[in-house]
Write a protein that binds this ligand. Structure first.
Ligand code: C2E
Ligand code: CA
Ligand code: CA
Length: 503
């Protein structure tokens, strides 16, 4: 037996006592031997080791390992009481460390830790799970709203500390539910708590913390404001899982050497209003897998960009686009070109141009048949660099179009120096042409301004005759939209060409 004793002078001594019974002397009388040992020194080391293993060295807060063991225990023992985690993710810490050094950010973290500690209570423990992530573990609270109120309190505590340092962050909230682990990985964890309880818990704490982190990240991107609480719920779970499935599908396609049918292109005809002929097709990427069904590009392209998978995926799109171009040639449509959407991330990759030209050469594609569509917003951020890159592409004979024109921020004054031949007028301006009460002059102004600056124009999203009529009258060069045709599969696109009659 180990015992903590208090001596008369108030000091503490730890003893280990061992007792042994000797042979009986008489009927009921036993002889015992007691061995009492002072183990204070060993106990001190043990307690220190326990402290170190459960606390963050710098802030003195409980660490992740301890959170895991507390959760493992409580999930088993506090079955009927509500439990939740609130994660605070200070996202800009790394940036500050790079600029001002470790000492500086460590002091800030310490300040935050001290301020947050003031929110601790009997049913509310604070942990530091990584350098820049704090987690409150709350239990026995009354309602979900209590969690939100608590998060706002934290937000109020943190904001004044960070406002001068320009540190921001997100707050994620997750309630620990019984069936939590059914959605995701099912891992059994054996945890030894203290000395004598061996608990076998069927909850994946790691994935719980991962979700909490995702919710705090989502809080940042969703609200665009610091320290706004974001609840991790079923709907969000589905969203996160879907995003992960899309990433997995894209990654599989990206690494697949063979041509993969899950990524394919559809082609939307572009009509030249002067000649009345189809002059080219825009290649639009599609993703279709058994698990996900058909995923629209507005959903998977941003994910591909975020994960940089757009680089290999974009290359597959280019190759498939070139294959279509060669097919058109086979059918004798030599004059028809193709427009390919290129993301900023692809364009900024140093070897993008070299790789593109190599593919063109290998697949015997004429640069004059190719147009690259680059969205307007790209020019706003890296104007000089992007303009330089596209100048080289243009010199090689490619055509460059500015996509979604009118929605970005590019300054009209700069339009003159811009190395693009074509402005694609965004659908929002074309939509205005069907609303009787809306100002239509802006669309004709864009057309005439583009012409003055030496660009030609394509109107996007033309769905009605009235729009087409207006565009013809105001000298728009080309149009594209459902009125002419929706994006088509390869074979159907070729049939469409065969059957197309002059407008
Ligand atoms: P975007 O480049 O502006 O492409 C035009 C979008 O408008 C296409 O949507 C097209 O199907 C749709 N559209 C065309 N005509 C009409 C119309 O008359 N009415 C309506 N309501 N919509 C029309 P989609 O195919 O869903 O593509 C969405 C966006 O995804 C594209 O917008 C483009 O930004 C991006 N995207 C598609 N393929 C690729 C790709 O291979 N690479 C990159 N980086 N982005 C791509
Ligand atoms: Ca486009
Ligand atoms: Ca567009």
């Amino acid at each position: 037996m180990e015992k903590r004793l208090i001596k008369p002078d108030g000091s503490i001594v730890w003893v280990s006592a061992t007792a042994a019974a000797l042979a009986p002397i008489g009927e009921n009388i036993m002889n015992h031997v007691f061995l009492v040992q002072d183990i204070s020194e060993r106990k001190q080391i043990e307690l220190e080791r326990k402290y170190i293993s459960e606390h963050d060295r710098w802030t003195g807060l409980y660490n992740r390992e301890y959170l895991e063991s507390v959760l493992a225990k409580d999930i088993k023992l506090k079955k009927d009481s509500p439990k939740a985690l609130i994660g605070i993710n200070l996202n800009t810490v790394q940036f500050l460390t790079i600029n001002y050094g470790f000492q500086y950010t460590q002091n800030l973290i310490k300040k935050a830790a001290e301020a947050l500690s003031r929110h601790c209570a009997e049913n509310c423990l604070l942990f530091q799970v990584s350098e820049s992530v704090f987690v409150f573990y709350l239990f026995d609270y009354k309602k979900k709203k209590a969690l939100v109120d608590f998060s706002y309190d934290i937000s109020e505590t943190l904001s004044p500390i960070f406002v001068t340092e320009r540190i921001g962050g997100g707050i994620g909230i997750i309630e620990i539910e019984e069936n939590q682990n059914e959605v995701d990985l099912d891992i059994d964890i054996d945890v030894d708590i203290d000395v004598d309880i061996d608990v076998d818990v069927d909850v994946d704490i790691d994935s719980l913390l991962r979700r909490l982190l995702i919710a705090s990240e989502r809080s940042l991107s969703f609200f665009g404001e610091d320290f706004e609480p974001y609840f991790y719920d079923q709907e969000f779970e589905a969203l996160v899982n879907r995003e992960r499935n899309i990433v997995e599908a894209l990654a599989a396609i990206a690494t697949d050497e063979q041509t993969n049918d899950e990524l394919f292109l559809q082609f939307q005809p572009i009509l030249d209003l002067k000649s009345g002929q189809i002059c080219s097709f825009e290649a639009l990427a599609r993703l279709k897998t058994e698990k996900l069904g058909l995923v629209p590009p507005v959903e998977f392209i941003p994910i591909a960009e975020k994960t940089k998978l757009i680089i290999p995926i974009g290359e597959k799109v280019i190759i498939k686009g070139f294959q279509f171009l060669n097919k058109l040639k086979e059918y004798g449509y030599d004059e028809i070109g193709i427009s390919i959407n290129i993301s900023c991330i692809q364009l900024l990759k140093p070897d993008f141009g070299t790789r593109f030209f190599k593919l063109m050469e290998e697949m015997e594609v004429d640069p004059k048949s190719i147009c690259m569509e680059i969205t307007e917003s790209v020019f706003a951020s890296d104007y000089e660099q992007i303009n330089g890159i596209i100048e080289k592409l243009r010199d090689a004979g490619l055509e460059i179009a500015m996509d979604d024109f009118g929605t970005g921020y590019s300054s009209l004054a700069r339009e003159r120096e811009l190395n693009v031949q074509c402005l694609k007028i965004d659908k929002s301006f074309i939509d205005m042409l069907v609303e009787p009460e809306l100002e239509k002059a802006i669309t004709s102004d864009i057309i005439s301004m583009a012409h003055k600056l030496g660009h030609y124009t394509i109107a996007e999203g033309v769905e009605h005759h009235i729009q087409l009529q207006y565009l013809k009258e105001h000298g728009c060069d080309k149009t594209q939209g459902y009125l002419i045709s929706k994006p088509l599969d390869e074979e159907i696109a070729i049939d469409f060409l065969k059957n197309y009659e002059k407008c």
